[in-house]
Design a protein around this ligand. Structure first.
Ligand code: NAD
Length: 433
């Protein structure tokens, strides 16, 4: 059973057995205590508004039929259309998706975006599916959740295991159903289809805007800093590229298949080329000639200035948090640090840039994309990047200011800002009927 709100009981839900959902509830519980949240509203915020579980049968290339399980969870519908990624990974389950939807709600809150939080996923291993199988899976999933999505209802975007192409298939399937081209049904789609320039890079760029502010506050110089990054997908690779451009030496990187290290700094453009080679369809780091292979469990403890988890949730735990050897922990992934680890980090000198702030660049540019598609008026990359920077820095300083004023950790400050925005909207709208 997950943590309880301060007064009143937490209703028993289908999500309770998930450690990721328990983690999200524990965080909300801490925020509720810290800001003295109305218990009735705290309870409403703890339980997702709407969840849909769907069977997604597809014909595999072999001719066999296989059924996958898909999920879409809308944490709330209070703050505008719900917004959040679609994840393809073997670990996806209802509780994980519910937790990610809740975090999306807080993230949109900190960034002051007119969205509620949502998330979706299909339990599958996309590396084992052909392109045709992925297309059939995506189109059938879209059909199955059609009753709860829409440009003013719920808008999907890429997440782990999905990309621009996945969004293009959702856009096409939805448009075929409604009978007109409707690019505003998804964000993170190809630019040629109404995608926003700079959306693909936005999350990694936002991570690095935050890192720059933290380095400045700590009076550290980028060119004298080192970084270790877990994950070399969308978020991890762009973060590495941006850090490399700043002169930060990226000395180790890990992915699902291996981890590599070069104390002199990894040649990031060469690694991007290596992982984008069609002969490397898994985009694996394995065998990259410019670095040595290391045991993946060594990665997070390597001494460095900046550690960036940019892959999975719950990788920094009560067991390994004391082994971290970094000055800044910049959370590119969602939920990489458990509350037990947080308690340990709060007593250390590690400067945490919490996930819901650090990786908010993605949803911020998704918001720009949605606005452009609704207005059918597209922005230049300069406009997108300037607005992204402005919104990220604004949120960064709101989080830091509250943390300093109230003596809170950055995580509690960020979460409380996000929760407060949604809670205020709920309170002002009142309870129907
Ligand atoms: P991605 O699928 O593009 O890349 C995931 C990376 O993680 C890959 O390099 C993969 O090999 C690696 N990985 C998978 N399992 C691993 C394991 N067991 N150990 C180490 N590495 C492993 O996904 P992404 O879009 O870059 O998302 C990464 C994280 O960032 C997720 O937590 C996601 O929710 C979060 N996020 C993504 C966005 C976005 O815009 N894509 C926005 C905000 C947050």
């Amino acid at each position: 059973m997950s943590a309880l709100v301060p007064t009143g009981s937490h209703p028993v839900t289908l999500f309770d057995s998930s450690p990721t959902y328990q983690m999200a509830c524990r965080q909300l519980d801490e925020v509720a205590k810290a800001i003295n949240l109305d218990p009735g509203i705290a309870q409403r915020l703890m339980v997702p508004k709407r969840s849909q579980v769907v069977a997604v049968p597809i014909r595999l290339d072999s001719g066999q039929v296989r059924t996958f399980i898909g999920y879409r969870v809308q944490h709330s519908l209070t703050s505008g259309a719900s917004k959040g990624g679609l994840r393809y990974a073997p670990s996806v389950d209802l509780g994980e998706v519910a937790a990610l939807a809740m975090w999306m709600g807080w993230k949109c809150g900190i960034m002051k975006l007119p969205f509620s939080g949502a998330k979706g996923g299909i339990a599958c291993d996309p590396s084992l599916l052909s392109i045709g199988e992925k297309e059939r899976l995506t189109r059938r999933f879209t059909e199955e959740v059609l009753n709860i999505i829409g440009p003013r209802i719920d808008v999907m975007a890429p997440d782990m295991g999905t990309d621009e192409q996945t969004m293009a298939w959702i856009y096409d399937t939805y448009s075929m159903k409604v009978g007109y081209a409707c690019p505003e049904i998804v964000t993170g789609k190809p630019v040629e289809l109404g995608g926003c320039v700079g959306r693909k890079e936005a999350t990694g760029r936002g991570v690095v805007y935050c890192i720059r502010e933290a380095l400045e506050e700590l009076r550290l110089r980028a060119v004298e800093s080192t970084a270790v990054v877990q994950g070399f997908g969308n978020v991890g690779s762009v973060t590495c590229e941006e850090l490399y451009q700043l002169g930060v030496k990226v000395i180790a990187i890990g992915d699902r298949y291996s981890a590599i290290r070069n104390p002199h700094g990894i040649d990031i453009p060469a690694l991007v080329k290596y992982t984008s080679d069609p002969k490397n369809p898994l985009k694996s780091l394995k065998g990259f000639p410019g670095a040595d292979e290391i045991a993946p469990d060594e990665l997070l403890g390597i001494p460095c200035t900046i550690l960036v988890p940019a892959a999975l949730e719950r990788v920094i735990t009560g067991e390994n948090a004391r082994k971290l050897n970094c000055r800044i922990l910049a959370e590119g992934a969602n939920g990489p640090t458990t509350p037990d680890a947080d308690a340990i980090l709060a007593d250390s000198d590690i400067y945490v840039i919490p996930d819901i702030l650090c990786n908010a660049g993605g949803v911020t540019v998704s918001y720009f994309e949605w606005v452009q598609d609704l207005q059918q008026f597209m922005w230049s990359e300069e406009q997108v990047n300037a607005q992204l920077k402005k919104l990220m820095l604004g949120a960064f300083h709101r989080v830091r200011d509250r943390a300093k004023e109230r003596g809170m950790t950055n995580r509690l400050s960020a979460l409380s800002l996000g929760v407060e925005k949604v809670a205020t909207e709920k309170a002002k709208r009142g309870l129907y009927p």
